[in-house]
Design a protein around this ligand. Structure first.
Ligand SMILES: C=C(O[C@@H]1C=C(C(=O)O)C=C[C@H]1O)C(=O)O
Length: 125
């Protein structure tokens, strides 16, 4: 490994009490980030099952009416929590777009499986 010049920490040169406060706040941020990851993992487990149900019953991957309801609800929750509703909407749309991508992939897989399959099918079992 070659010796790289080390970048000084952004917090170098601050007083001890400021450093302690920063550390405490960052511990809280770390806990929140962990909770967000766990909550997203649970949400994706549920949406995966929804995708499977939709594929099984030939329902479309996206449900715009449901999305509109959720966006309205999340914007209201955000406003009540002093979180920017525009940000809340962008965040939800970002997640929903990923979910729809998953649902499309599940539907494609299911369609492939139901056409009789071939030697090349990886999911043929
Ligand atoms: C999860 C669903 O599928 C899609 C994804 C949604 C979501 O991530 O919240 C909402 C609506 C659908 O476009 C659903 O229909 O409930």
């Amino acid at each position: 490994m070659t010796d790289q010049p080390t970048t000084p920490a952004a917090t170098e040169g601050i007083g001890q009490s400021v450093r302690a406060e920063l550390t405490a706040l960052r511990q809280s941020i770390d806990n929140i980030d962990a909770a967000v990851v766990h909550m997203l993992a649970e949400r994706f487990k549920a949406t995966q099952k929804v995708g499977e149900l939709k594929a099984e019953h030939r329902l479309p991957p996206a449900d715009p009416a449901r999305e509109r309801e959720q966006i309205k609800r999340l914007r209201e929750l955000a406003a009540g929590a002093h979180l920017d509703p525009v940000f809340a909407e962008k965040f939800l749309n970002f997640i929903i777009a990923e979910v729809i991508r998953h649902h499309e992939a599940i539907a494609e897989d299911a369609a492939g499986d139901s056409t009789g399959g071939s030697a090349g099918d990886v999911n043929a079992g």
